[in-house]
Design a protein around this ligand. Sequence first.
Ligand code: NDP
Ligand code: OXD
Length: 316
Amino acid sequence: MSGNILVSVQGWDADKWRAEFVKAAPSRIIFVDPEGAADPSVKYAAVWKQRPSSLAKLPNLRVIFSLGAGVDHVFQDPDLPSVPIVRVVSDDLTMRMCEYIVWQVLDHHRLGPKYRRQQRNHIWLEERAQPAAHQVTVGFLGLGVLGSDAARKVAMLGFNVTGWSRKPRYSQNITCFNGDEQLPWFLATVDILVCLLPLTPQTRGFLNKGLFDRLKKGGTFGAPILINAGRGGLQNERDILQALEDGVLSAASLDVFNVEPLPTQSPFWTHPNISITPHAAASSAPDQLVGPIVAQIEAFERGEPLRNMVNRVAQY
Ligand code: NDP
Ligand code: OXD
């Protein structure tokens, strides 16, 4: 029998998600938390930072669909039911992330922040040496759905590309490293470090002094540049500021933060070498994501296996 759907989101507009679910699944009842929180007809939950315990009383819940690619927010719930968790894998989201990474890599490579500073001060300074793309190595922490796509496209622009993952990966245009043992070799290659790791118990605080100190010294930009679009919890923010101060990093583009929205008093806002975007690298678009979720529900009810399931032990 077909099941109804509970939408449980915080920080996003629940009505927009409800409207898309109503359009895509007109024969099902779409509840928005706290409605339907113990309704036996609810078999599916679609969540972004669900209210803690909001799923615990659903007696017939079968699947949790994360409305984002990352699922750390799902695991924040101390009463998380033990049903399969499915995450977003979507060409739309992948393309959005690729645009953000390519934008940031090219902006740093083509000295965007420096030229904008010059323009603000009416300075015409022609003599900046512009390195060629092939003289720059862009290293990706995380070669999953988003990291591998962006890495391939950055390689197409002529950059050297390296990547690091948990398990071994192979790619024609990317030099791949994996595991703790190969991390120092990977870090030693990098001029621009792109982080697209998930936030898990293993990766929390991963972008810290110990890691920055193992990055290449000097290099094309004087020191490596950090781009983090993974999660704020991956980064030690004090260590980023110190690394910029010490010249261990030369600049950073940050889309994600320990606390979001970024507090107004954060020193990141005014730091001359930090570019900020408001967790906007790859936003989940209801009109792009709901249709495929409903299609998965229909396939599941026909007895087909779920796709893009999260490993509950690894938490990604
Ligand atoms: P995937 O699960 O497809 O890929 C994760 C990658 O990280 C894999 O290559 C995986 O290794 C690697 N990894 C995980 N844990 C470790 C570890 N302990 N050591 C080494 N490598 C590890 O995720 P996606 O590519 O789809 O997404 C990545 C993240 O991007 C999301 O989790 C989310 O946090 C973030 N995101 C941010 C958005 C934004 O707007 N800022 C939007 C969407 C996502 P392996 O290949 O071996 O499994
Ligand atoms: C996601 C996000 O994980 O938007 O999809 O951060």
